[in-house]
Design a protein around this ligand. Sequence first.
Ligand code: AGP
Length: 608
Amino acid sequence: MCGIVGYTGDKQASPILLDGLEKLEYRGYDSAGIAVENGGKLTVSKTKGRLALLREKTENGAAVQGVTGIGHTRWATHGKPSEENSHPHVSESGRVAIVHNGIIENYMELKQMLLNRGRSFVSETDTEVAAQLIDFYYEGDILQAVAKAVREFEGNYALGILCVDEPGKLIAVRNHAPLIVGYALDGNYFASDVMALLAHTRSVTYLADEEIAVLEKTQVHYYSSFLDPIEKKVERVEWDSAAADKGGYEHFMFKEIMEQPEVIRRTVLPLIRDGRAEMEQIISKAMVANMKRLFIVACGSSYHVGIIAKYNIEKLARIPVEVVLASEFRYCDPIVDENTLVILISQSGETTDTLEALREAKERGATTLGIVNVEGSSIAKAADLVLYTKAGPEIAVATTKAYSAQLALTVLIALYLAEQRGTIDQATYDEILGALLAVPEQMGTILEQKAYIQYLAYQHFHNDDIFFIGRNVDYALSLEGSLKLKEISYIHSEAYAAGELKHGTISLVEDGTLVIAIASCRRLTEKTLSNAMEVRARGAQVLALAAESVKEEVSHVADQVMTIPDTHDVLLPSLAILPLQLFAYYVALYRGCDIDKPRNLAKSVTVE
Ligand code: AGP
């Protein structure tokens, strides 16, 4: 969603801001802008649409001179995407410029107060209200004015502010929306996402809620919203800037699909010691012993991982698991207590619904465990316990490598819980762990067969409706396969538990409808095949996905078959997801879609 960058230092700010915004493009946006201060004068440049237009308008930044500035990519919430509504917003006097992520919920009330005092507005946004209120309180000290204004704001926000009367100074404020300060020899930076900082520095400070940072060329000071000075830690970011390049591939999504074998190794190996899943320091033995039930709470693909994790944890550790969409968890009066572990799965660590669900769970006394990819993210900071997926930066909006890393990590959790609860025998434990360790190599074999998946995609990319069916973990995979396809190819697609077809959905099947039947789970292959036969009898084309050992059996029923190597049941989803990702990718490619930045979608969803 929206992105913020800020810089004050020795260099020209505009090119730095534009490059920073480019690194945030993947988050999704519909307009962009910068504001730069130069000797007490402010220049603002904004455009609706792609950042390339802003580059053109500012001659790559050369037309907007000055060494202190703020920039923004906007994903419209209040008011349509337009130049007037895009950020930075400037107060009526021209003194205060501001960029803003999130929503100031009580902005109408504040706007009315300012209108009553004779201020007028040019946009429909809550952000302009913030700029005007800060200006309204300004009496020669921008820090005082910001602190006074933010104490009146209700909602979630990250703000970057500059005041032309105080050259060389930037203010950054965080409240439930990420903001990170970066330190470099040429000056100081802030950004809403570490990706915008990596080209300049890996030394950062994560702002916490209700904290304010004042940045100048050679120093940064931190305050509470009541202006008490605070000490903050400088932390080192593990990711390097090369990880955010396409590395010669046409799309980030494809690069990220190809990275999966390595991502699995990076994620699981540090957690395996002497042939055991080693998690005692994160999930204590006492906690496992007292655990009555477990919740998994997440959104989108992370939620789909949760469904597979439920099957695996219940099967191996015999602990009841409930999987709940984060947006529902908050409002379902969940029955959790101090003996409940609530696992929050999130690639970005910033998804608002998941973060709010975490807070809800904590308030009810549960212990919270975040499975997160981004270090220093809000969920990583707020959870009682954290396990990191080591997927590295994921740029494509459609998740692939983070999904796989989450999946692998949940297998290790299932093994650890099962061992602690005494519900697994040694041979099964060793077999599953061995199968997990073999996943990267087996993934490599599947990726080598990408040409066949591309051929299948070519045959089917004209379809308007594609159905995915499967049972048990194959149903969870159907949900993910279908989501991947629709988000990047814009083909209408539905996923159904195969056994549910007869209860209504089969009426949608007609001549030529493509049904992707996922039959990786061998104990259910026969059952899923009987559902595949039902749709085929009604004219559907069946494309099946099955383990190598049942290929022949499956090919009697399906028109075409994609195969994966055989493995333990628990690990099948880790392999079966790859052909589905590749299929979605190639279909989108043939349809000429904007694969890495699909329409209307944002990489991290920071509004409810
Ligand atoms: C998946 O391809 C989507 N981009 C989306 O469903 C995503 O998984 C969801 O928004 C959750 O994001 P998170 O893992 O960062 O919390």
